[in-house]
Design a protein around this ligand. Structure first.
Ligand code: PMP
Length: 444
């Protein structure tokens, strides 16, 4: 398997030569919060799949729902108004889930990149329907990650995911992220930095002309960019600026929705109601590819009351509203709610964050510790704390390997080690994750 893996497969987000040089680990089983590799090595999955396996790997009701649906109706499209019973029930559940966020309609997709693509398209269309067709540009944050479709890549704020594919969509502009550890203002105070980033947003809007901008898209807590929670004043500030200029606010909650941040949505943490919300990942926990864009009343009203025909949606995927995906989502949301996983995410998230701070006191190579909002945290590794020089790849690989050998899978993303374990893990699991990281760090 390892040899064929190197010869036959190109892996996402990897250099093809890398898997030939270092055969990656092949995961063959998952149970609870643990995974097992092809060599029989069992470990805690502190990555939670890819930030999505909130309920762990043995969620019996989800498996049963998928099997039952496969027997009943494995597939039918929901194009042009045709429907299936599951998507209708799921729409109702999502409405309940996000009632507090003011989001009442669901547009189904097949994953996170698709949700981002649809939300960005709907934002432009919203303005066209309202007779403001000049609003076509998008604003976003540097360090933001919004998937790999061309619109999403265009609003992505990480050069690694953009440069090979340029020219991307014109009309996409980025402002500095509220990332106290590194920012162009050299401002380490989170509250002051938030104000500077908001001022940069105002400045960009004035420069572009508000009447040319369709939407601002952001993650309530930046995920792939290295887990960067903004200061509490930031997202409300963005909301206020967007409202003042008639710009839609899209919350990319592909990671943050459904409990990961310790609440049902990341936006709710900051008391913000977005106009559109992208979801995917934990909606089906990895049991089936699926996603949904949640739409606010404000946006829904414009499309639903349109008499010109401009509100007809010209976007959708063969697998939008897949009945098996919807069955998986219904079961996942029932479990998510029944177990109130957000509460455990909040409690265990604090335990992880405190543990990482304790490790920082022990290891100079931990330059920054981020988290504290549920179960998404990161440590940023440096070779010199004062100069903030990123730790070299070899040392990071050694930490990763030693942590793995000690029984915990973590995620490497640039100079960051990222933790986003299943939300159902116990306090003992967290202790084990921290002790394996300790082993890993001592290996560097
Ligand atoms: N948006 C965010 C915030 C994400 O983290 C991701 C995936 N990590 C995506 C979009 C893209 O989702 P997918 O990989 O399911 O296409």
């Amino acid at each position: 398997l390892k040899e064929n893996n190197a010869r036959q497969i190109w892996h996402p987000m990897a250099h093809p030569a890398d898997s030939q040089a270092n055969p990656p680990d092949i995961i063959t089983e998952g149970e609870g919060v643990e995974i097992t590799d092809v060599d029989g090595h069992r470990m805690i999955d502190a990555v939670g799949g890819l930030w999505n396996v909130n309920l762990g790997y043995s969620c019996a009701p989800v498996k049963a729902a998928i099997s039952a649906q496969l027997e009943k109706l494995p597939y039918y499209s929901i194009f042009r108004g045709t429907s299936n019973d599951n998507v209708i029930e799921l729409g109702w559940m999502l409405q309940q889930f996000f009632a507090e966020d003011g989001l009442t309609r669901a547009f189904y997709t097949s994953g996170g990149s698709d949700s981002v693509e649809i939300a960005l398209r709907l934002a432009r269309q919203y303005h066209k329907v309202r007779g403001e067709g000049g609003r076509v540009k998008y604003l976003s944050l540097k360090k933001g990650y919004h998937g790999t479709h061309t619109l999403g890549a265009s609003v992505n704020g990480n050069a690694n995911f953009r440069t090979q594919y340029e020219p991307l969509m014109p009309g996409c502009f980025h402002i500095p992220a509220p990332y106290p550890y590194r920012n162009p203002f050299n401002e380490t105070d989170p509250a002051r930095l938030a104000q500077l980033c908001l001022a940069a947003l105002e400045d960009e809007i004035a420069f572009q002309g508000a009447e040319t901008i369709a939407a601002f898209i952001m993650e309530p807590v930046l995920g792939a960019g290295g887990v960067i929670p903004p200061h509490e004043s930031f997202m409300p500030g963005v909301r206020e600026i967007c409202d003042r200029h008639g710009i839609l606010l899209i919350a990319d909650e592909v990671i943050t929705a459904f409990g990961r941040t310790g609440d049902w949505s990341g936006s709710r943490h900051w008391g913000v109601k977005p106009d559109l919300m992208c979801t995917a990942k934990a909606i089906t926990n990895g049991y089936f590819p699926f996603g949904a864009v949640m739409v606010s009343e404000k946006v829904a009203e414009v499309f639903e009351n349109d008499k010109t025909g401009k509100g007809a949606i010209g976007s959708g995927y063969t697998y939008s509203g897949h009945p098996v995906g919807a069955a998986a989502a219904i079961a996942c949301l029932q479990e998510t709610e029944r177990l109130q996983v957000k509460d455990n995410a909040a409690a265990r998230g604090t335990q992880v964050y405190d543990g990482l701070l304790a490790l920082q006191a022990k290891y100079d190579i931990i330059g920054d510790v981020r988290g504290g909002h549920g179960l998404m945290s990161a440590i940023e590794l440096v070779s010199d704390r004062t100069a903030k020089t990123p730790l070299d790849k070899g040392a990071i690989a050694r930490i990763h390997r030693a942590t793995y050998e000690d029984g915990v899978m973590v995620r490497v993303s640039g100079p960051n080690l990222i933790l986003s374990p299943p939300l159902v893990l116990t306090s003992a699991h967290v202790d084990k994750i921290l002790s394996a990281l300790d082993t890993g760090l001592s290996a560097a």
